[in-house]
Ligand binder design. Sequence first.
Ligand code: PMM
Length: 372
Amino acid sequence: MAERRTLIMGVLNVTPDSFSDGGEYLETRDAIDRGMELAAQGADIIDVGGESTRPGAERVTPEEEQFRVMPVISALTAAGVAVSIDTMNASTAILAVESGAQYINDVSGGLADFFMPRTAASTGVTYIASHWRGHSNDMDTKAIYKDAPTDIRRELMNRANALLEAGIAREKLVLDPGLGFAKTAEHNWQMLGRMEELMALGYPILVGASRKRFLTALLSEDSTLDDRDNASVAVSVLAANAGAWGVRVHDVARTFAALRASMPSRNIRALAADSERELRVAQVTRELAELEFDLDAELAIATEMRREEETRQKVIAALIRQAELQAQDAAERAEAVRLASLPQGTAGFGTHTGAIPSPASQAAPEDSGSRA
Ligand code: PMM
């Protein structure tokens, strides 16, 4: 994969409860507006989810999940926003892709729904598989590791191989350590401290630390959501510096600013590429605008020239006609003079002038002067 800027995936939970933004965006209209806002703030992808994966959360039916997310996905994709569907259900994933979603983000890595791996493969979109050991209602009991980073890495590798076998293309697979899923705070910190071991798998890596409970270890007891966002930003910057393909965050604006400001070499290079691309886009836009202007001008000139040519042709035709009439008139006058000069009784004979008498000159030579 070509070196590029770390992508920002903006979280849009359309759920009555989630890790953090619980219930805020359950209304479809609000959720769409929030998604557009995140995109405007610099999110490369909007991750739309309709089922909470908060520790202890109960599952919702796929129908309820689809009822929540589908209108939001349709509206965002119609507006040209890149969307990922955060789901463990194959049926939701396929509906979302049919509505334009470009990524399937499955925190279960294809383990929660037997049909997911093949379904995801059939869609051809990018599939993001997290490290996962079980559903939220009992995942905390599964947070047992010999060495968390090593175990997570091994389990993710096995998952990736199974997903490839199911038909997902290698270049369409992104892996995620699944921070907060069947992991204690300590496991999460260990994993974050050894990101290079995950990178060594050779897959693009997505990191989702935003607003998660383990971040409170960095903060005071009375810390606010705002404090948690600051901690999230710091972790996202670390992940980006470690080479993450993407970071999944709630506070897109701050993450965007921090990633740019942190300027690790890969981001500097990507920034240069970004600004080159922006320059190219601006140039092409300008050229197109000029072209449109020129086309208008050309069209106006052509129309004018056609009009001029038509007028010229009309004038020429009128001049020719006038000349013909003058010639005819002169001939008629000459004929009248000739006839008048003939001796009485010979009129009408001997056409010496060679002029062909017109019916008009024969009938009423005295009218001819009126045609000039
Ligand atoms: N975390 C949550 C939901 N979806 N997807 C990926 N790929 N990685 C994550 O870490 C992840 C996720 C839970 O967080 P939220 O409830 O704040 O959205």
